[in-house]
Write a protein that binds this ligand. Structure first.
Ligand SMILES: C[S@@+](CC[C@H](N)C(=O)[O-])C[C@H]1O[C@@H](n2cnc3c(N)ncnc32)[C@H](O)[C@@H]1O
Length: 205
């Protein structure tokens, strides 16, 4: 299996995807988020793109936890990952599928929760709340894949919710796989087996 060549044409397609993604998010922010809380805040698409470029290799399976409008998952597909996204808000899944058609992407999207059935979060302090991370029936069944089937997993949790994704990977992920986590206003970090392997340490809150 070979990777798509990262030439000017692919760079231009990725730029178009980011531009369309930002356009959608601006509209979403002005309409849906103006009216009330919604957990969808877009990551820095251009920064995540560089992280995906840095880690791409032939045959890697990619999962986005909370794929919203689909931009990152489609980006991963265009870069040669076998890319999948799970999103709780079905209307965003519909948007992501439309976006995938527009960019002739084979990225797959399913509605549901990225928490596997039976998972519950318990922090070291006994905390069980997951903040803005919602609950619903698990999306893995429809995907036909489990969390530990993925080589690269991406998520953008709200500030302070990073331990939930690390805990999820610890209990259900493959210890060899890479968790790429976007931090609020400070780029992307990579974790393997719970250890930081790429990017600057998380700033204390
Ligand atoms: C901060 S946004 C990040 C969106 C996108 N990943 C990005 O980087 O632009 C988090 C997204 O996760 C979704 N979400 C929250 N909890 C979820 C869950 N348990 N399962 C699936 N999606 C979830 C929200 O609806 C929202 O779209």
């Amino acid at each position: 299996m070979t990777l798509p060549v990262l030439d000017d044409a692919l760079r231009a397609r990725l730029r178009d995807l980011c531009a369309v993604g930002w356009e959608f998010f601006d509209r979403f922010d002005r309409t849906v988020r103006e009216r009330g809380f919604h957990a969808f805040v877009a990551s820095e698409y251009e920064v995540v793109c560089e992280a995906l470029i840095a880690h791409r290799a032939p045959g890697l399976r990619f999962l986005e936890l909370g794929s919203a409008s689909g931009v990152i998952t489609i980006m991963a597909d265009l870069l040669g990952y076998d890319a999948h996204g799970i999103e709780l808000d079905h209307s965003l899944v519909v948007t992501a599928r439309e976006m995938a058609r527009r960019f002739e992407s084979r990225a797959r999207f399913v509605s549901g929760s990225f928490f596997p059935t039976g998972y519950s979060y318990h922090s070291a302090e006994g905390e069980v709340r997951t903040g803005t991370i919602g609950e619903g029936s698990s999306g893995y069944l429809e995907l036909g894949l489990a969390l530990d089937d993925f080589d690269v997993v991406f998520g953008y949790p709200w500030g302070g919710e990073e331990p939930v994704l690390l805990d999820l990977m610890k209990h259900f992920g493959n210890p060899e796989s890479l968790l790429l986590m976007h931090g609020v206003n400070d780029g992307v970090r990579g974790y393997r087996g719970g250890r930081l392997v790429w990017g600057a340490p998380l700033r204390p809150r």
